[in-house]
Ligand binder design. Sequence first.
Ligand code: DER
Length: 223
Amino acid sequence: NKQDQEKLSAAKAAFQFVKNNDVVGLGTGSTATFAIEELAKRIQAGLKIKAAASSVKTEELALSLGIPILKLETLGSIDISIDGADEFTESLNLIKGGGGALFREKIIASLSKNSIIITDSSKKVDRLGAFTVPVEVVPLALQYVLNQLAALNGKAVLRKMDEKTFVSDNGNYIVDVDFGLLDKPEELALALNQIDGLLAHGLFIGLTSKVIMAKGDEILVFE
Ligand code: DER
């Protein structure tokens, strides 16, 4: 369909920035999956790279496609990462975490010299916040964190999967928080960073080098 076509063409466009011997950070989600499949094809055609995965799901997919995987804990830097997003603005601020992998995705983005986001045309927004902000919470701190989110006027919902509480790769809960449309996402990000027990949030501020958005058969690059 049209959206999948856009995801595929955005994924292909990211490879103009991938070089031989790069360490490549692999994102999580349906758009990142197109990039992982494209990467496997290019490795079969001779591209020499090693990869770091942002989730167990991505790691299993990459290994199944013959992509060599490095342990993230051994990496002091990543040359280029390719990931999706739930929303982005022209100032390259993002909401991520729809897939529940936001903590490792954020570590990979923070380690990356070049952090590329690939999207279809539905992810561009003027202001972040129509999508709720995913927040990863250490279970024992749940009630404390919920109190702090309420104090920030956030309306928090504990994420469920098949009627059970969702648990991340790191054994934590995800809470999706509605803060309304965000005028100053960087200020909210700073406030969230102060909350003990809140391991990570889905506001990616100043972490992105480029957003490659496919719109029909056009490719738009925001940087
Ligand atoms: O969880 C994530 O951050 C994903 O990148 C998500 O935000 C985008 O997923 P999609 O490519 O399936 O829309």
